[in-house]
Design a protein around this ligand. Structure first.
Ligand SMILES: Cc1ncc(COP(=O)(O)O)c(C=O)c1O
Length: 307
């Protein structure tokens, strides 16, 4: 996977095109009657699902005049959103200001540095909740200098998935999807995709969380012990499941062996959730997402593959 700094095809605002990712049949986890599908979300500018939310947040802010070359986009991120902001804004020559927990992987920090991002490293103990507090303080100290994007509360985040991810899944499955499974981070993917799929058809929604506050599923939140994102809708899911990080790590290896795909911990955890759903039905098409690849998780790679 190559993180695209420039991109030839641009939208009206000068930003790269996002979305339209392939929907892959995960054959090794499917039977003739129950199929598991995964959106290859790493195939976007910046290499992750976050291209969708970042594109929507930036476009809306430019249109309303909240963001321009003299006002820096400010947000807290565990890494992927920051990389998406930086990659998209690079096309305009603009530089975001990002509050990032200092224990974010060195690959992410290296990439953000290469993209010229103004990085503010925050407490490793407080995760993205702590990074959000620091971002709020920076904004309050100089509101004229920043557009505080606040992906956890920004409606453009879930709307991006409502308008793109859900439509793509509906089209790619010819309306045959029966279940949508997704882990909760900012909750944008689950909320936006789920809301639209429920309008389009009889689709069951399964929300996933880590099964403990200390977990290895980067990008996900353990909602009982973390700040609940403002865009989270607790009434949307038909079923809530908890996923174990060790099981997800084993799934990374299984998918590398059987599908030749190099998926991230949260993507593997989504597949564990999909398998659990599959075990309870006799017919269906279960769709989930793979947010990014394992290239951003060298430590996890070492733990799984031993080198
Ligand atoms: C690797 C990874 N997986 C999953 C998610 C969750 O997506 P969302 O924020 O849309 O809930 C994120 C979000 O940052 C992520 O970085």
């Amino acid at each position: 996977m190559i993180t695209q700094l420039g991109h030839n095809t641009k939208t009206l605002l000068g930003l790269p095109i996002i979305g339209n990712t392939p929907l892959l049949l995960i054959k090794s986890l499917s039977t003739d009657r129950v199929r598991i599908w995964a959106k290859a979300e790493w195939e976007q500018p910046g290499g992750s699902v976050k291209a969708r939310a970042a594109h929507a947040i930036i476009s809306a802010a430019i249109k309303t005049g909240q963001l321009n070359r003299n006002i820096s986009l400010l947000d807290a991120s565990s890494g992927n959103t920051a990389i998406a902001y930086a990659t998209l804004l690079h096309n305009l020559g603009w530089i975001p200001t990002i509050c990032l927990p200092s224990n974010a992987s060195s690959e992410r920090k290296a990439l953000l540095t290469a993209l010229g991002v103004k990085l503010i490293l925050t407490s490793p103990l407080e995760g993205t909740d702590g990074a959000q507090e620091v971002a709020k303080e920076i904004y309050a100290s100089n509101p004229g200098a920043y557009f505080y994007a606040d992906q956890y509360s920004n409606e453009a985040n879930w709307k991006a998935h409502y308008l793109t991810t859900a439509q793509e899944i509906w089209r790619q499955t010819n309306g045959q999807i029966t279940h949508f499974v997704a882990g909760l981070g900012t909750t944008g993917t689950f909320t936006g995709t789920g809301r639209r799929l429920k309008e389009l058809g009889d689709v069951k929604l399964i929300a996933l969380q880590p099964n403990s506050p200390l977990h290895g599923l980067e990008g996900w939140k353990h909602l009982n012990t973390a700040h609940t994102p403002a865009i989270y809708d607790p009434h949307l899911a038909d079923v809530n499941l908890e996923i174990d990080s060790d099981q997800a790590f084993k799934m990374i290896r299984f998918i590398a062996d059987h599908e030749g795909l190099y998926i991230s911990p949260s993507g593997a955890a989504n597949l564990i959730g999909a398998i659990e759903v599959a075990s309870g039905i006799s017919d269906g098409d279960i769709v989930t997402t793979i947010a990014d690849t394992l290239e951003r998780y060298k430590e996890v790679h070492k733990e799984i593959f031993g080198i």
